[in-house]
Ligand binder design. Sequence first.
Ligand SMILES: NC(=O)c1ccc[n+]([C@@H]2O[C@H](COP(=O)([O-])OP(=O)(O)OC[C@H]3O[C@@H](n4cnc5c(N)ncnc54)[C@H](O)[C@@H]3O)[C@@H](O)[C@H]2O)c1
Length: 346
Amino acid sequence: MILSNPETSLSPSGESFPLPVKADYNNELKRIEELVRQARSEHKEIVVVMGLGFVGAVMAAIVADTKDAAGKNTKFVIGCQRPSPRSFWKIPLINRGEAPVKAEDPEVDILIKRCVLDDKTLVATYNSDCLQFADCVVVDVQCDFAKKELGNMKSGEADMAALEDTMRTIGEKIQPNCLVLIETTVAPGTTEFVAWPILKKAFANRGINEIPLLAHSFERVMPGKQYVASIRDFWRVCSGCETVARARVEKFLHEVLNTKDFPLTVMDRPIESETTKIVENSYRATILAYLNEWSLFAERNGVDLIKVINAIKMRPTHSNMIFPGPGIGGYCLPKDGGLGYWALNY
Ligand SMILES: NC(=O)c1ccc[n+]([C@@H]2O[C@H](COP(=O)([O-])OP(=O)(O)OC[C@H]3O[C@@H](n4cnc5c(N)ncnc54)[C@H](O)[C@@H]3O)[C@@H](O)[C@H]2O)c1
């Protein structure tokens, strides 16, 4: 087992990066400010992506790759990642033009390298003071579900500490007319009843009278062979807390995603788009679990389940029945139903 020094962050390939210290923050902000000044002089919109994980790192590159009809880059993206020993290494890797996520899709490496080194439309930082420069902030941090007992999802709780921290930081630093877009999968109601009040309170503390512009649009990314396309060339759902945020998020997503071929669904309230994500994933988890149960039955009783499914699929109404896999896995499917159940009581 490799024990990492708490003052450093170890990348998956074993490269060690010293964590920034207090004295580094000022120079880092100056570096970002200079890049923003240059981007503004080129009339680029400044977008900050909070959280450079599986979703945020690739979403940041897709936004940074946005071009107008004349083929000119229109966005400058600052990927902001907290400098924890577990995740800080993602920042120097991105700044070298290297993807912090390993993917089967070759476009991930190509896209990040092009945006960072050639087009210079993507940079990563640990200094969240960069939020003051943002026209738009995209939130891609995690929101977990903490299960208390094995086999009992009902006693578990949504763990949204990272999201709440991030919203507080955003509220303390953004300009009043900045659009904040939550992409994190959240328990239905979180955007309007948890995140929005945090932003409003932070604005009130700063003496800002404007209503924070908050929107929600969940990710459907699949980090496999079609990693980039599953974000850029895929159907999106979005919503805003009020009409201005709704119009702004619609415009933003039309600019950065291929909504011409994959139309955008705009919903009235964030609770609708949040619920869409949870129903979509819990539906998937349910049919996977259902077929997994029948595969156990088939194994014990010598039944060829594939033959059974093929016989059922002859009915047009059941033609999209899935084949059983080894069970429910990944990060999202096991937790998202729990987030939905938790929201029922809160
Ligand atoms: N991974 C997927 O395939 C997938 C698919 C669809 C939706 N989602 C959803 O997208 C969200 C993000 O998922 P992920 O897989 O990218 O998670 P992840 O854990 O890989 O990434 C989250 C990142 O956010 C960073 N972070 C946390 N707090 C921060 C803060 N205050 N400031 C800056 N950075 C901060 C973390 O350090 C981490 O690098 C989750 O809600 C997830 O359910 C994920």
